[in-house]
Ligand binder design. Sequence first.
Ligand SMILES: C[S@@+](CC[C@H](N)C(=O)[O-])C[C@H]1O[C@@H](n2cnc3c(N)ncnc32)[C@H](O)[C@@H]1O
Length: 232
Amino acid sequence: MSYGYVQRRGQLQTYFDRTASDAWARLTSTEPVSKIRATVRAGRDTMRAAILGFLPADMSGLRLLDAGCGTGALSVAAAERGAEVVAVDLAATLVDLARQRLPSQLNGGRIDFRLGDMSDTALGDFDHVVAMDSLIHYNCEDVIEVLAGFADRTARSIIFTFAPRTPALSVMHAVGRVFPRADRAPAIEPVAESRLRRRFFAEPRFRGWALGRARLVTSGFYKSHALELRRL
Ligand SMILES: C[S@@+](CC[C@H](N)C(=O)[O-])C[C@H]1O[C@@H](n2cnc3c(N)ncnc32)[C@H](O)[C@@H]1O
């Protein structure tokens, strides 16, 4: 992994494990939040439903990696479809919360929570990998590197989200950098969809893979784009 990846991963661990863990716990709960955060919560719910719509309705016997699982909502939904989930995250606080929130019944599925890096090959092989809003802080080359690593050990599909680079969003991020705040999240790295697609087709490690479904979700301050990679 690149030096930039390792450095960014360290910032994200500090941010999600400490700086923002309370805010994140609240955002992912049903407790009231500000109007702005409510739009983000609604957008994230829509995105999670869209991603689940890309996965089989019956996941009995299928292995899924929830890469950057946070507080575990997607893992629970997949396990309730019967999947054997490995849910990995850098932030111990969020993984603990995910464990506490685990429903007593998972309909035959299982979740194995792990603390660590999503790209660790020791996590094993999978039928499906989902990285919802967990690669949005890494630059395009690092995203391609992580996805290529997943491709080596995934049998069916990889679904990930990226922050689409649009002129309006670029301006917002540029303005944001002028006003640093101590508790600011590590910058989101917007990526142009055309660049991601070009890199995908140019990368030999994606031979045998095709781009599948896509879904853009915009809700207030939340803007995220899901892309599916499918093994041919
Ligand atoms: C925006 S949150 C999304 C969490 C969850 N996927 C969701 O949608 O609710 C991003 C998560 O990715 C995790 N993360 C970022 N980089 C990671 C890495 N290299 N390995 C494992 N987890 C990572 C962060 O710790 C954080 O919990």
